[in-house]
Design a protein around this ligand. Structure first.
Ligand SMILES: *[C@@H]1O[C@H](CO)[C@@H](O)[C@H](O)[C@H]1NC(C)=O
Ligand SMILES: *[C@@H]1O[C@H](CO)[C@@H](O)[C@H](O)[C@H]1NC(C)=O
Ligand SMILES: *[C@@H]1O[C@H](CO)[C@@H](O)[C@H](O)[C@H]1NC(C)=O
Length: 331
């Protein structure tokens, strides 16, 4: 997440060598009541959207295929650990999702030390048996984006936006440690979130660094260790002077080429074509409201070309947060 009040956007076209495609239509799916900062999204195989909020400790489920859907609470993590919100979410096995739960200092975007924990939610089980505690991680103040290791099913990888590191968590034993860290993953003196979005594909971990303003990737080994140099794939400043990259979705389903979509503050969704790194900048000041994360739909062909983008929301002058929710881009 990134707390930004909307400013006028400057359109920087330097990185665009061709006329960009027209903006896709954007549909509103669900708007939450005030003060539900919506942070992350995962999509189930049955097309339901799972949403996390860093302001409330509930995991939400929304059916995007029906008019005026409800946001059902799948589980509340408030008890017994006094959690105040959920950050990352990732599918770690079919219909099993890991979530990061903590007592958050929302404005600092840091967990109160000692409160961050990894849990799993298994939809293959009866509701009373779905939720499982994996481990507490005392020595971190934020796990932001999380991803299952692409080939080692026991490992969850987590972006530590404060330390500038990728952690690994063994999902069977709860054992955890820093897998690797780098000056390229850290925050900066003026922006407090370094490595942020995290997705794994093939041998690579794709990520954004919000503070340093780039999309990158790095090859990783079986134990989550860094193998080779961090590669920079695109720069936020090439998409626009005020663009701040947040969480990402990969679209590598069509042969060797691929796209990475990046939810970007204050009112953007940016599609990066790889390997050349050209950027399709979608800007919409009424429908994209501090986008925090994005994910493709699952199910029908139409769902698979729908990009769901979570809106963190807009702060009123008194710091009430409004218009948080999720929208759909029909790509
Ligand atoms: C924002 O998206 C809506 C829905 O697609 C569209 O009607 C509107 O024109 C867009 N606004 C801008 C400024 O592009
Ligand atoms: C939750 O908060 C209560 C009341 O402040 C406190 O007594 C309890 O120890 C806390 N539990 C945890 C797990 O931190
Ligand atoms: C983790 O713990 C060690 C030893 O207590 C400490 O030196 C280090 O700064 C801690 N790291 C973080 C991210 O808190």
């Amino acid at each position: 997440m990134k707390l930004l009040l909307a400013t006028l956007a400057l359109w920087a076209s330097s990185a665009l060598t061709q006329t960009p495609p027209p903006n896709p239509p954007i549909r509103n799916i669900y708007t939450f009541p005030p003060n539900h900062f919506i942070e992350n999204i995962a999509v189930r195989s049955n097309s339901r959207l799972l949403l996390t909020s860093m302001s409330v400790p509930h995991l939400y489920s929304i059916n995007p295929l029906i008019p005026n859907p409800a946001a059902d609470i799948i589980h509340s993590f408030a008890n017994p650990n006094n959690a105040t919100g959920i950050s990352g979410i990732a599918e770690i096995a079919p219909d099993v999702f890991a979530v990061i739960v903590a007592d958050w200092d929302l404005f600092a975007t840091r967990a109160i030390p000692g409160t961050l924990a990894v849990w799993t939610v298994n939809f293959n089980k009866a509701p009373s048996q779905r939720v499982k505690f994996i481990t507490q991680v005392a020595n971190t103040t934020i796990f932001n984006g999380i991803a299952r290791h692409p080939t080692n099913p026991t490992l969850l990888l987590a972006a530590d936006s404060a330390l500038g590191a990728v952690w690994k968590v063994n999902l069977l034993t709860g054992a955890h440690s820093v897998a690797f860290s780098s000056p390229l993953l850290t925050p900066t003196a003026t922006a407090h979130l370094g490595i942020n979005g995290l997705k794994a594909q093939g041998q690579y971990l794709y990520f954004t660094n919000s503070a340093q303003g780039y999309l990158g990737r790095v090859k990783i080994g079986w134990n989550g260790e860094q193998v080779g140099a961090i590669e920079v794939l695109s720069s936020a400043s090439d998409a626009g002077a005020d663009v701040v990259y947040d969480d990402i979705a990969l679209d590598f389903g069509h042969g060797g080429s691929g796209k990475v979509w990046i939810a970007s503050h204050p009112d953007y969704a940016v599609g990066i074509t790889l390997p050349e790194g050209s950027q399709w900048v979608v800007k919409n000041v009424t429908k994209l409201l501090n986008p925090t994360a994005c994910a493709f739909g699952r199910g029908s062909a139409k769902e698979r070309t729908t990009l769901y983008v979570t809106n963190g929301g807009e702060f009123l002058p008194d710091f009430t947060l409004v218009n948080e929710g999720v929208v759909a881009l029909d790509l």
